[in-house]
Design a protein around this ligand. Structure first.
Ligand code: AHM
Ligand code: MG
Length: 349
């Protein structure tokens, strides 16, 4: 065997090793993470074949947010559900593409975990061949026993998460996950169909390099966000280097770059979207969990995303996420310039 192959760590082996460090671990979480990795491989396969297989284009159906679903969204959504609806490990699921909870079919045994997922985030990027992603969040069920999961199981604050992961379908496919012991990244080797450890214990580097925001919305931003952006650009009086700007409009791609290079992503509240665009349970919570595990921070502009108690399944939330000091600076600008917005937002929070 070539020397380097002796060091190859598959995602399965890594998950098993991590769980082995917890005495009393039952292996249930290990198996659930295996299932997620397998679903990710299936979605990656379809994603890379999308053009060839001529499965691009919109289906007739719209999702709960009024957006036209792409065929790949539907495929990804179904693969994840079917992978987990009969294993006895999950008591309930929630997908960004569905109005309501996804219950385990009658006759199948509900399990111990709650699985929340965004099957294909950034799907408007599919037919322009830009990176897209899948996001997973895992809670323990609240009520013991083996009954069906409830809305309360899904609507838990982010600090209760026991694992989160995302998959980025880019120039290569990567899966990045954490079970609360650091953030680890795996690159898919398509020739053998395995995710191999490529990034161990990821921490957000300093100094940060990038900020990411949709400048097309600048007209609608609050004063606090406008001042913050000027600060990031080094246009204020302070003597500091400007950050570079990068924005793909695909949350996972923007988050992943800033995780590896340092930076901040923001999708703030604005005059037209008073709670921002992104969803608390499907997008903000799992990425906040991963950011925190990598030494970063995520805020709604007021405080820690992980402390927010979700009120509904598809709740939106303003999001500032990435390098801790940059996110805290955003909070400071909002406190200084956005008292009116903050007063209204606090009552809704
Ligand atoms: P989606 O869940 O409908 O795919 O939308 C979420 C996407 C994120 O990936 C991205 O950060 C954001 O929407 C971009 O929005 P915008 O085009 O308004 O900048
Ligand atoms: Mg999404």
């Amino acid at each position: 065997m070539p020397p380097d192959e002796r060091k190859l760590v598959t995602i399965e082996r890594h998950i098993l090793d991590q769980q082995g460090q917890h005495p009393g671990a039952t292996g249930r979480l290990t198996s659930l993470l295996y299932d997620i990795a397998l679903a990710a491989k299936l979605i990656a396969r379809e994603t890379t074949r999308a053009g060839i297989a001529n499965i691009l284009g919109a289906t007739a159906s719209e999702n709960v947010h009024g957006e036209t679903q792409q065929k790949l969204d539907v495929f990804a959504d179904q693969v994840i559900f079917r992978m987990n609806d009969h294993t006895g490990r999950v008591c309930v699921m929630a997908s960004e593409e569905h109005d309501d909870l996804l219950h385990i079919p009658q006759g199948n045994k509900p399990g111990y975990y709650v699985l929340i997922y965004d099957p294909l985030d950034g799907s408007s990027n599919i037919d322009v061949n830009a990176p897209i992603g899948t996001i997973f969040a895992i809670h323990r069920r609240i009520e013991p026993g083996d009954g069906r999961g409830t809305l309360a199981d899904v609507l838990q604050p982010g600090h209760k998460l026991i694992a989160a992961a995302y998959v980025i379908y880019g120039s290569s496919t990567m899966m990045v996950y954490s079970t609360g012991n650091g953030v680890h990244g795996f690159t898919l080797d398509p020739s053998i169909g395995e995710f191999l450890l490529s990034h161990s214990f990821i921490t957000i580097p300093t100094p940060a390099k990038y900020y990411s925001a949709n400048h097309g919305k600048q007209k609608f931003w609050t004063a606090g966000v406008q001042h913050y952006i000027e600060w990031l650009q080094g246009l204020d009086a302070a003597d500091h280097a400007p950050l570079e700007h990068r924005y793909i409009g695909s949350l996972i791609a923007d988050f992943h770059r800033n995780l590896l290079r340092g930076g901040v992503f923001l999708y703030p509240a604005d005059a037209r979207q008073p709670s921002g665009k992104l969803r608390l349970t499907y997008e903000a919570q799992p990425l906040a969990f991963l950011a925190a595990q990598a030494g970063g921070y995520a805020s709604d502009g007021v405080g820690d995303i992980l402390d927010l108690q979700p009120k509904s399944l598809h709740q939106r939330v303003p999001l500032f996420i990435g390098s801790r000091d940059l996110v805290e600076q955003a909070e400071a600008f909002l406190r200084e310039y956005d008292q009116v917005w903050l007063a209204q937002y606090h009552t809704a929070r």
